[in-house]
Design a binder for this molecule. Structure first.
Ligand SMILES: *[C@@H]1O[C@H](CO)[C@@H](O)[C@H](O)[C@H]1NC(C)=O
Ligand SMILES: *[C@@H]1O[C@H](CO)[C@@H](O)[C@H](O)[C@H]1NC(C)=O
Length: 232
C-alpha cells in the first residue's frame, strides 16, 4: 500500500532543492535584508545596520546602528548623530546632532564619505567664522554655538570673520578659535543638515546594473536589484 506522505515529502524536497539551486545568490540577500530601526528610514546598501547586517552588506563608512531611543544613528568621533532621512535616489542623508554640534563634525563626516550640502542659492563660496566665548549677559542677535557653551558660566557665539566687530556686543568676550570653510551659513547647519555621498554612485543603478565606486568598478548589483523599488 502506498501512503501519500512520502511522495508529498519528496515533492517538497524537490521543490526545496530546485529553489536553492535556482536562486544560488539568495544567501547573500538573506544576509543583507532591508533593515531599519523602529524610528528611522529603511536601511540597505550602501548603508548597513550593525547587529542586522555584516560589513559585506555596505560601505565601510556607512555603518549605522539603532540608538537606545530606537533611532537610526551614525557614529563619528565623540558623538552619535541621528539619521533622520536617507534619500537613496538623490544620495543624501539628513543628520541631526542632539547637541547641535554639526558644524564641527563636517570633517569627520567627510572622512566617512559624506559631504555637507551647499545650498544652491547661497551667494558665498564658503563661510568663515570667529568664535567668541562670552560671560553673561546673553548677547542677543549673535548666533550661539550652544554645544560649546557652558550655561550659567559662558556662551560661545559665532561671528562671520569678515564682519567688523566694533559694533557688536562683544565686551568681555574672548576670541577662542575660528571655524572656516562652512558651505552654508552656520545657522543652517544647526541642528540638522543635509550631507551628500558621491561614492558609491548608485544613481544609474537600474541602467548600469550596479553601483559605481571611485575606481569605476561596478559592484553590489544584487543588492540593488532587490532593494531599489524606485524607478530611475
Ligand atoms: C573627543 O573628546 C575629547 C575630550 O573632550 C577630545 O580631547 C578629543 O579631541 C575629541 N576627539 C575628537 C576626534 O573630536
Ligand atoms: C575662508 O577661509 C578659507 C581657508 O581659511 C579661505 O580659503 C576662504 O577664502 C575664506 N573665505 C572667505 C569668504 O573669507
Amino acid at each position: 500500500m502506498h501512503s501519500p506522505i512520502p511522495s508529498l515529502l519528496l515533492f517538497f524536497l524537490l521543490c526545496f532543492a530546485h529553489g536553492t539551486k535556482d536562486l544560488g545568490h539568495v544567501p547573500t540577500l538573506d544576509r543583507c535584508p532591508r533593515g531599519g530601526c523602529s524610528h528611522g528610514p529603511p536601511v540597505h546598501f550602501p548603508f548597513w545596520l550593525e547587529g542586522s547586517h555584516g560589513p559585506e552588506c555596505g560601505y565601510p563608512g556607512f555603518k549605522l546602528f539603532c540608538n537606545q531611543d530606537g533611532q537610526t544613528a551614525l557614529s563619528v568621533p565623540n558623538a552619535s548623530l541621528v539619521v533622520k532621512d536617507i534619500d537613496y535616489v538623490s544620495q543624501f542623508v539628513v543628520l541631526h546632532d542632539p547637541i547641535n554640534c554639526l558644524p564641527f563634525r563636517i570633517w569627520d563626516l567627510h572622512h566617512l564619505g559624506f559631504y555637507a550640502f551647499k545650498y544652491p542659492y547661497s551667494y558665498e563660496n564658503s563661510y568663515n567664522y570667529t568664535l567668541f566665548k562670552c560671560p553673561p549677559p546673553d548677547r542677543n542677535y549673535l548666533t550661539e554655538v550652544d554645544c560649546l557653551s557652558a550655561p550659567g558660566s559662558y556662551k560661545v557665539y559665532a561671528v562671520k570673520s569678515s564682519r567688523s566687530i566694533g559694533d557688536l556686543p562683544l565686551v568681555y568676550c574672548e576670541k577662542i578659535r575660528s571655524l572656516n570653510s562652512l558651505p552654508n551659513a552656520i545657522e543652517y547647519m544647526i541642528p540638522d543638515a543635509r550631507f551628500d555621498w558621491k561614492e558609491p554612485d548608485c544613481r544609474n543603478a537600474r541602467r548600469t546594473g550596479g553601483c559605481v565606486d571611485g575606481t569605476g568598478a561596478t559592484s553590489h548589483a544584487i543588492h540593488l536589484l532587490v532593494d531599489t523599488p524606485v524607478s530611475f
